[in-house]
Design a protein around this ligand. Structure first.
Ligand code: F6R
Length: 261
């Protein structure tokens, strides 16, 4: 795991967008794992700009989102399909048939989860998985006590997640209590993970995830097991990290990061 600390949220977001763009240029058929949430909105805005201004090409890119609410149709503006169409897919030259989210409207949600895992495998696995982190340490919707080897399945959301995302719904009671999410094991199978976090509200949980023990109580701590995981944070989210000096040294000195200074 490596931690990159940027002066502010805008710089951290730009760095993540540039990492995605670099991966896509190196491999135009990239299988890209995507996240939703407030933190990602600006990442997608930057990718859309890069498409418009630099011709960043999504024509052969395939995407798999981490999660989707159970029971929300794609046209519901709270569904993650709607979010992705709005923030990214409508703004770049991606073929919608190459964009995938778990099917939250399936009659049999368990079967939909199995199909999702199969689709990821048939695509050759995820090359680059973008991640955010929830206040309870979730990645995707892997709430506390998610098995560290879990696969795509239905999860009941925690009161903390309901409180964080509820205000986005018109009336918190309209927010689904369940979601389909890639498992922690699914995420760990990706070839590369990049987690973006910004703001003071993420500082405590980020320190637990990065420097604390690996525990199912903090799903993001499982990323310590991933062979190629980069955590990109702003100063506020980095506030509780103990190894800041070392992380800064690596970013300033390792050849891999020179082009991002
Ligand atoms: C959603 C997802 C979640 C979010 C997390 C942070 O697809 O993967 O794990 O990344 O809840 O959300 P924000 O960015 O809204 O704080």
């Amino acid at each position: 795991m490596e931690v990159i600390i940027q002066p502010n949220a805008a710089a951290a977001t730009r760095l993540v967008a540039r990492l995605i763009a670099k991966a896509l240029r190196q491999n135009p058929g990239l299988v890209l794992g995507l996240a939703t949430g407030r933190t990602m909105e600006q990442v997608y805005a930057l990718l859309a700009d890069m498409h418009k201004e630099e011709g960043l090409d999504f024509a052969r890119c395939r995407t798999f989102n981490l999660d989707e609410y159970a029971g929300l149709p794609p046209e519901d503006n709270h569904s993650y399909r709607f979010y992705m169409n709005h923030h990214l897919f409508a703004k770049v030259n991606i073929d919608r048939r190459n964009t995938h989210l778990p099917d939250g409207m399936a009659d049999d949600l368990d079967a939909a989860c199995i199909r999702y895992e199969q689709a990821i495998q048939e695509a050759g696995g995820i090359d680059f998985q973008l991640l955010g982190i929830g206040h309870d340490g979730h990645i995707g919707f892997n709430e506390p006590l998610s098995a560290l080897r879990s696969r795509t399945r239905v999860k009941v959301l925690t009161p903390q997640t309901m409180a964080a995302n509820g205000p986005l719904f018109d009336g918190r009671e309209r927010m689904p209590r369940r979601a389909l999410t890639m498992g922690v094991g699914t995420i760990l199978d990706s070839k590369r993970c990049v987690l973006l976090a910004a703001g003071t509200a993420k500082a405590d949980i980020l320190a637990k995830a990065v420097e604390g023990p690996i525990t199912a109580m903090v799903s993001a701590s499982a990323l310590q097991l991933h062979p190629h995981c980069t955590i990109v944070v702003d100063e506020e989210a980095a506030a509780r990290l103990e190894g800041k000096d070392y992380y800064r040294f690596v970013f300033r000195n390792e050849p891999e990061w020179q082009e991002f200074q």
